[in-house]
Design a protein around this ligand. Structure first.
Ligand SMILES: [Zn+2]
Length: 301
């Protein structure tokens, strides 16, 4: 690798790191192409992590500034940052669970070791269980990733300090929902009540425009759609999506994300607790009771 001698030290270090990291890749890892959504104002790169988690790199197309959502495997994120030549300085944590926030400390340490990268801002709910928080955020707090405006949605229930991040520009809309809203599902009520999940899914997330892209924290499509199809066997949208998910390989199932708020309103039984069909399945007559009963049914499914 003698050509590296002609390059500035920092660049050669990075290229060397990329070279050795790439060389050590398993075939399986190298064959995993990152699925990318390129919109007018932003680009979102989906980076699979652990068994079924998603990390996301969000890039402002105009400024090339980037933020990462839930980087549990920071080394993989940094590889993508280097390859894409974007400037990462923000970390968005949806909630404190290890498979989401477990990489915060390691990414912070990487920035300490590489002061030329600048400061890493770490956003998250007000919760001491989240490592290295610099910016504690709550409902309707806003900040920018380059020219992208982010609005925080406080969605306690799965955990008490869970935050969803909504990005809206003139052309594009996207929301990062962690373990609050999944494709055709929602997170378990570990630290909250059915009222709180109702507020999150119905009052807050359902209120976003239907074309908002939904980037969730896990790939659970088949399990969730099988349950949805059991609750609403006459829902043609759910049935079609279930068939698509069941016919797909892992890459194909990952490609079902992003969903949209509109699709979730049509197919996600937890977004549909006001529908007579969903209420009938659990024998309840109010949306709140239905939220509780549907979650209980899913927990046993
Ligand atoms: Zn979680």
């Amino acid at each position: 690798m003698s050509f590296l001698n002609f390059l500035p030290h920092r660049i050669s270090q990075r290229l060397t790191a990329i070279y050795f990291t790439a060389s050590s890749f398993s075939f399986q890892r190298r064959s995993t192409s990152f699925q990318t959504t390129t919109m007018a104002s932003m680009t979102v790169k989906k980076i699979p992590a652990l068994k079924d988690n998603f990390m996301y790199l969000v890039v402002c197309n105009e400024t090339r500034k980037a933020a990462v959502v839930d980087p549990v495997e920071p080394d993989r994120v940094l590889e993508v940052v280097k390859e894409d030549g974007v400037q990462l300085n923000q970390l968005l944590t949806t909630h404190h669970h290890w498979d989401h926030a477990g990489g915060n400390e390691a990414l912070y340490q990487k920035f300490r070791e590489n002061p030329e990268w600048g400061e890493l801002l770490v956003y998250g709910g007000n919760d001491d269980r989240i490592d290295r928080l610099t910016n504690r955020v709550g409902q309707d707090d806003t900040f920018e990733i380059g020219k992208l405006r982010v609005r925080c949605l406080s969605t306690p229930c799965h955990t008490t300090s869970h935050i969803c991040y909504y990005i809206e520009t003139d052309q594009d809309r996207a929301v990062f929902t962690g373990d609050t809203l999944f494709l055709a599902g929602c997170g378990r009520f570990f630290e909250g009540t059915p009222e709180q999940m109702y507020d999150a899914l119905i009052n807050k997330l359902s209120a976003l425009p239907d074309d908002t892209k939904v980037y969730c924290g896990h790939e659970y499509s088949v399990q969730n759609l099988r349950f949805g199809n059991t609750v609403e066997p006459d829902n043609a949208d759910t049935k079609a999506l279930l068939e698509k998910a069941q016919a797909a390989d892992l890459e194909g199932r990952r490609a079902l994300v992003p969903s949209t708020i509109g699709q979730e309103k049509r197919t996600n039984v937890f977004m549909r607790v006001g529908e007579p069909s969903v209420q009938a399945f659990v024998g309840k007559s109010t949306p709140l009771e239905t939220m509780q009963a549907v979650r209980a049914a899913k927990d046993k499914f």
